[in-house]
Design a protein around this ligand. Structure first.
Ligand code: BES
Ligand code: MN
Ligand code: MN
Length: 457
């Protein structure tokens, strides 16, 4: 719509400057040192929501970091869109691999470089700016509610309680989220599923103290050696996960569904080149898109123990540790999988070591419908803004709260993400293309317009 494009082009610089201000706040939810910054970021989000046209915006304290809630109600008979996003970010380390400060955003080659540029400040902020566009041009077709949390990157452990306690306040017709990727600007897509997550920590104990590796080596089991062998045994020669029962609930997709998934544009050579790997890896019998989209995984996220300082120290350590995550697909349950992992790890531990397994946060997988009014509205919005129909894809990441929207609030979600897989989220030099930021701001108002129209029919 012309009025939107005009307003957007007149306010382009301001829309960018306001995002850059938000990116300057180091809202790292995982690190308690940044607690005050996280709170300051929540305030900044609230102020931005009020400025964009919300009638009401509030900071809702939780047992962890606060949730920002805001709303703009235009018409009690119009549908309501609940926008979910997160203002917290991942830690920025390793710092020395950043080309500029993670919280000193810079624009280079048309991209914003900063922690949170894409995940999720940049994407969340598109909705704030889209509200500004619709509000300023008097074209709001739906009521809009915002729930922007500060604990997504640490598992959203207080959000379920907030949903259960605020069902009325959060009542809506659809949840709209931009916190996922699309294939490319040439091939816009909508993720129609997310994987779940079970995240474990393992502690393996050998002798009761660190030992001289010459005096004792060869006679006492080294817990790091033991842990490595246990981890290695979790995949068989076909890269299948060996935990008993792990695949029991995994559904096999029909040939038609698999074909549709693999029809999405994907260039394996470009993929390898981008990552600088000679070959891909994964479960035998599945393509790369299937391995990330519809198959569960097990990965070590961190492993430590013994001596890792400068030079060499001969030591047979007392303890070894690993953080191990499993990505889950529909019908797998994170508690069940965590219990299976624990049982399996305890069973395969050799008698020469002790093993302690604990579970961190988890989350359930989701599949979002493609035959709903909201999906059609999102499709239509993308078709209008990009000139192309979006391709439905399955995302490999996790947003644990999405399953709770359905279970607690009875709400379906549309994952209208504008990130790219090479945005370096959770990694040094995270970026978000300005083109994606502005395209998102252009697309979102169409979603509201089409959703309101389609709900009427
Ligand atoms: N936005 C991501 C999830 C994501 C990224 C989904 C790309 C699809 C495509 C989210 O912020 C995230 O990082 N989630 C975590 C899980 C959470 C419990 C820490 C994840 O997927 O590791
Ligand atoms: Mn995110
Ligand atoms: Mn993230």
């Amino acid at each position: 719509m012309q009025v939107w494009n005009d307003y957007l082009s007149q306010n382009k610089q301001r829309f960018l400057d306001e995002l850059l201000d938000l990116l300057r706040i180091p809202s790292i939810s995982a690190d308690s040192q940044y607690k005050a910054d996280v709170a300051r970021c929540a305030d900044a989000v609230k102020e931005n929501l009020l400025k964009a046209g919300c009638d009401k915006a509030e900071i809702c304290p939780t047992d962890g970091h606060p949730i920002v809630y805001a709303e703009k109600m235009v018409d009690p008979t119009a549908p309501t869109v609940l926008v979910y996003g997160h203002y917290d970010v991942q830690p920025a380390d390793p710092l020395d691999l950043w080309h500029s400060g993670p919280f000193e955003p810079v624009i280079k080659d048309g991209k914003i470089y900063a922690r949170g540029a894409c995940d999720d400040k940049g994407q969340m902020f598109m909705h704030v700016k889209a509200l500004d566009v619709m509000n300023a041009t008097g074209t709001l077709a739906c009521n809009v509610k915002f729930m922007i949390e500060g604990e997504e990157e640490v598992g959203s452990s207080n959000l379920g309680k907030f949903l259960a306690a605020n069902k009325e306040k959060l009542s809506a017709d659809i949840v709209l989220v931009s916190d996922t990727s699309m294939i490319s600007m040439e091939h816009p897509s909508i993720e129609t599923g997310l994987r779940g997550l079970a995240y474990m920590e393992v502690e393996v104990t050998g002798p009761n103290r660190d030992l001289h590796s010459g005096v004792y080596g060869g006679a006492v089991h080294n817990p790091i050696n033991a842990l490595c062998k246990m981890i290695a045994s979790c995949h068989d020669e076909n890269n299948h996960i060996t935990i008993p029962g792990f695949y029991d609930k995994v559904q096999t997709l029909s040939e038609g569904e698999r074909k549709a998934l693999n029809d999405a544009p994907f260039d394996i050579e470009e993929y390898k080149k981008d990552l600088d790997v000679n070959d891909v890896w994964g479960e035998k019998g599945y393509t790369t898109l299937e391995r990330t989209g519809i198959r569960p995984t097990l990965d070590v996220n961190g492993i430590w123990g013994g001596y890792t300082g400068e030079g060499a120290k001969t030591v047979l350590p007392s303890k070894a540790y690993a953080k191990i995550s499993m990505r889950l697909v529909p019908h797998q349950n994170s508690d069940e999988i965590a219990a299976m992992f624990q049982k399996h790890f305890e069973a395969i531990a050799p008698g020469s070591v002790k093993v302690k397994v604990t579970a961190h946060h988890g989350g359930e997988p989701v599949v979002t419908p493609t035959d709903s009014i909201a999906y059609k509205a999102a499709s239509e919005a993308i078709r209008t803004a990009f000139g192309k129909d979006p391709i439905p894809t399955r995302g490999g990441g996790s947003i644990p709260i999405i399953a709770l929207f359905e279970n607690i609030l009875g709400l379906k979600t549309v994952l209208m993400g504008f990130g790219l897989d090479n945005d370096n989220i959770h990694s040094p030099n995270e970026k978000y293309d300005l083109a994606n930021y502005y395209k998102g701001i252009e697309t979102i108002p169409y979603f509201h317009k089409y959703f309101a129209e389609m709900c009427k029919i």
